[in-house]
Ligand binder design. Structure first.
Ligand SMILES: *Cc1c(COP(=O)(O)O)cnc(C)c1O
Length: 347
């Protein structure tokens, strides 16, 4: 399919702001730090999944579906935005959450329910105790069973369900950040800045994939650096480059990516996915105190921690400028696990 034949529904408010972190930059005294505010995409509490969902929802509508089903951790931001977007388009939504039902409704869960989503909790507690290969197998089996149950229930009601992969990781979803590169380049031109790097938190890799392809396609002046929010599988670079090549082929972009082209750091995820850690919290507080900008402890706090560290250690050269892409996730501040950890620091 040609790129120009792939359309979207318009949901977010663009361009999102790109601004300098003036006080933080002058206190740090190294590279000029900028932030691209995709926490301000404008709907459902904002975040990076909105740019992806604009393309994905178009596919769902074209397929004649009236229900969106997606997956994620219990506090999935992607699930929250899927629910918001479903409601806006007169659709139903279901989120299959990987984890037991939490005791308290907090953070994204409050918003999921406000947007009208049905939540299905898939209790993975026992599965996580299994050895790695057995765990993966048992996980997918359980996920398939949960999916079948949801499909069955909705099909019987006469609803037509569109399945969205975790994190909105799909070729169509990737176009969101492919085109965001164009938007960022335009803003850089207007503000007369020439950043060397664009740094982003990495989960499923779809945001990075879109940025990577967009940067090559539009010949961006900046290189993309991704910071993983979780430990990486051995073949993470290979998997991501395969995905990028698939998307490139799908939309006839003519871009080739090798595993060695992937700039993905595993230095800043702390103790694991969504596990509170003191160094990430310190970075979260630093940005809040100096700039009034909120990053979350699961995704953007880790990415920002990496960004700040690379600026301080001059991995990002002192004479240059660089952008941190704020991918949202702010409701994570108000989750049980992180509130508990923050209380010890702040209360
Ligand atoms: C999903 C998410 C990411 C990671 O995006 P991927 O495209 O999955 O790599 C980063 N930040 C926030 C806040 C997210 O919700």
């Amino acid at each position: 399919m040609k790129l120009k034949d792939k359309s979207k529904v318009n949901i977010g408010f663009y361009p999102t702001p790109l601004h300098k972190l003036s006080r933080l930059s002058s206190l740090t005294g190294k590279a000029d730090m900028y932030i691209k505010r995709d926490d301000m995409t404008g709907i459902g509490g904002g975040g990076n999944k909105l740019r992806k969902l604009e393309y994905i929802v178009k596919e769902a509508i074209d397929a004649g579906c009236n229900t969106l089903l997606t997956y994620g951790g219990v506090q999935t931001n992607h699930g929250r935005l899927t629910a918001a977007v479903a409601g806006m388009n007169g659709m139903k939504s279901v989120i299959i959450c990987f984890g037991p039902i939490p005791e308290r409704m907090s953070g994204n869960l409050v918003l999921d329910r406000m947007f009208g989503a049905e939540l299905v909790f898939m209790d993975t507690t026992e599965i996580l105790k299994l050895p790695q290969d057995q765990m993966v197998e048992a996980f997918y089996k359980m996920k398939d069973e949960s999916t079948s149950q949801v499909l069955e229930k909705y099909n019987v009601q006469g609803d037509k369900v569109f399945e969205i992969p975790m994190g909105g990781l799909s070729p169509a979803g990737t176009l969101g950040y492919f085109y965001a590169v164009k938007e960022i380049m335009q803003q850089c031109k207007e503000q007369k800045i020439n950043p060397e790097y664009l740094v982003v938190s990495n989960g499923t890799g779809g945001t990075y994939a879109g940025l990577f392809l967009g940067a090559k396609y539009y010949n961006a002046p900046f290189k993309i650096k991704a910071i993983s929010v979780a430990p990486l599988q051995e073949d993470a670079q290979q998997t991501l480059s395969n995905f990028i090549n698939d998307v490139s082929k799908e939309f006839e972009l003519g871009i080739k990516c090798d595993a060695s082209d992937i700039d993905l750091s595993a230095d800043y995820y702390g103790d694991g996915y969504n596990i509170p850690d003191a160094i990430t919290r310190k970075a979260v507080y630093r940005l809040a105190e100096t700039e009034g900008v909120i990053v979350d402890p699961c995704y953007t706090g880790k990415g920002f921690r990496g960004f700040l560290d690379m600026v301080e250690r001059e991995v990002i050269p002192a004479q240059s400028s660089a952008i941190f892409l704020h991918t949202g996730g702010v409701p994570g501040i108000w989750t049980e696990e992180h509130n508990e950890a923050m209380r010890n620091d702040l209360w």
